[in-house]
Structures are given as structure tokens and as C-alpha cells.
Design a protein around this ligand. Sequence first.
Ligand code: ADP
Ligand code: C5P
Ligand code: MG
Length: 217
Amino acid sequence: MGTVLGAANKEANGSALEKKPTVVFVLGGPGSGKGTQCANIVEHFGYTHLSAGDLLRAEIKSGSENGTMIQNMIKEGKIVPSEVTIKLLQKAIQESGNDKFLIDGFPRNEENRAAFENVTKIEPKFVLFFDCPEEEMERRLLSRNQGREDDNIETIRKRFKVFLESSLPVVEHYETKEKVRKIDAAKTVEEVFEAVKAIFALENDKVTPPVSSSSIL
Ligand code: ADP
Ligand code: C5P
Ligand code: MG
């Protein structure tokens, strides 16, 4: 116990092997198309899509005691403390019944990354990085029309600054580990998805050895 999945993590044959879920981090600036492409990946590759931003917005709606704090942070484009976001991700993972996750918009800073690693002991299989120029992301956000309180030019500028200062270093961290699969996200939705499919096809061909617990070593 104490792992992200606890008892549900045990293999069906009752062996002491503990299989961790497969996690792909989906990163990129605000408006780079993470949510749009995750929906396509879910349909084709059987992953469950967990958007950290969506989970935080749902938490506000649920009337949770953290709701006001989260709402204020989102309005300012700031990053919510990792403890809150990781709890929401863990709950969603546990409730999903799946073992393959696209974690979208997380980790957003070094604190997010280190805390997730410490708490879950999960390393991403790879990091999908949507690379898109700011002018294009700005255009997309201003015409997104989902009624989001942070899709206004003032908050958008703040989010771009946070992305450059806090989120890009996370991508650079994974670059040193050769985990980043970078995609030109300025193209059409269809063209971007072609590039995404090629990456998943390649990665699916790679064999990942199971993680064994110390009790059988
Ligand atoms: P993110 O989750 O990275 O913030 P979204 O997937 O919500 O981005 O996309 C932001 C907006 O841009 C949405 O209105 C979406 O329909 C649109 N969009 C997404 N991908 C593209 C693309 N490749 N070309 C043009 N518009 C796009
Ligand atoms: O990814 P998305 O654009 O939906 O995120 C919206 C906002 O949610 C971010 O600007 C930030 O305020 C908050 N967020 C966060 N921590 C994350 C992801 C999102 O605080 N890991
Ligand atoms: Mg999104």
C-alpha cells in the first residue's frame, strides 16, 4: 500500500509484482492544443485523459474548501500547490479503472514534477511536447469560447510568462533524460495528430520491462 494504486496494483495472478500505471505527460504552452490532441489519442490508443486544469476547475465547481484558492490562482495564471493537484490526479487514476494515462498540463513547474515523483514513484514513459509560437497560442485562446475566466488577454500574458519561466524548465529536465517527443503544434489539428500517431506507434513497439517489488528479489 501507500503507492498510487495500492492493492488494485497487484497483478491478477496474485504475484508480488507491482505494475505501475503507464503515464505520458502532455506539455506545451496554453492554447498549444494539448486537450484537442488528447481527445484524439484517447480514441485511438486507449489512454485515459487527465487534464490537471480540468480537474482543478471541477474542484472549484464542486464547492470544495480549496475552491476559492484555486479560482484565484487560475485567474492570475499561477500554479496551484502540488499537494492539491496531485491528490486530484491520484483520485482520478484510482477511479478510472485504466492503467494508461495522458496527464495533460502537469507537471507545470519543478515543484509539480518533484512532488509527483516523490509521492507516486512514477516516471513518465515519455513527454509529448507541443511546440507552438506565442502569437498562434494567443489567437487560439482568444477564440476558444469556453467561457474560461483565464482566457482574457491580461491573464493570457501572465500564463505565457509562467510557461516560459516555470514550465519550460520541466521540459528541459526531461530533455536531459531523452524523454521529450517534440511536435510542431502550429499546423492543423489533422497534421498535428498525424505526428502524434507516429510517436505513439513508435513508442508502442518498445517493450517496457515490469517493475518488480523488492520482496521477490
Ligand atoms: P490547450 O489544452 O493546450 O490549452 P486546446 O486543445 O484547448 O489547448 O486548444 C485551444 C484552442 O485552439 C481550442 O479552441 C481548439 O479548438 C483550438 N485548436 C487546437 N488545436 C488547433 C490547431 N492545430 N489549429 C487551430 N486551432 C486549434
Ligand atoms: O492546462 P490549463 O490551461 O487548463 O490550466 C489552467 C490553469 O490551471 C493554469 O493556468 C493554472 O492556473 C492551473 N493549473 C495549475 N497546475 C497545473 C495545471 C493547471 O495550477 N499543473
Ligand atoms: Mg487544455
